[in-house]
Design a protein around this ligand. Sequence first.
Ligand code: FES
Length: 150
Amino acid sequence: MKPSEDASCPGRRSFCCLACAAVALALLPSALEAGAAPESDPRRVTGATRASFTPGTIQDYRKPDGFFLIADAAGIYAVSAICTHLGCKVALADNQGFDCPCHDSEYDLQGNVLQGPAKLPLKHFSVAEREPGGPLVVDLSRTVDAHVRL
Ligand code: FES
């Protein structure tokens, strides 16, 4: 852009700056909602509580966080939805396990590989209550053994 073009329209740049600032201010309240974690925080507060999670319950948190929250007879666990082959998101298959749409790997509900090409099981993440009886919190920065349950 030529300097003379800037000078011919001095108000356009100011208008763009004001418009961008207005959009940023409009988005700020949703980012600061009570209980919302900053994007850099690896902990995800779910809508589930321990009491609401009876064995057989499965909740899908693939979007945007990439995990499933599951209860079996031993307790509650969070399993990654990221295929260990090349990183596609797996899908729940008839509440019996997970299928990867990219190259057909299959996993059981605990994340064990039933069929390759994936060779490694799905990761498990730490699950805790935010406070006793409160919402379940999944920490995506803390992997745990597949047998760990809340
Ligand atoms: S990325 Fe899942 S099977 Fe290849």
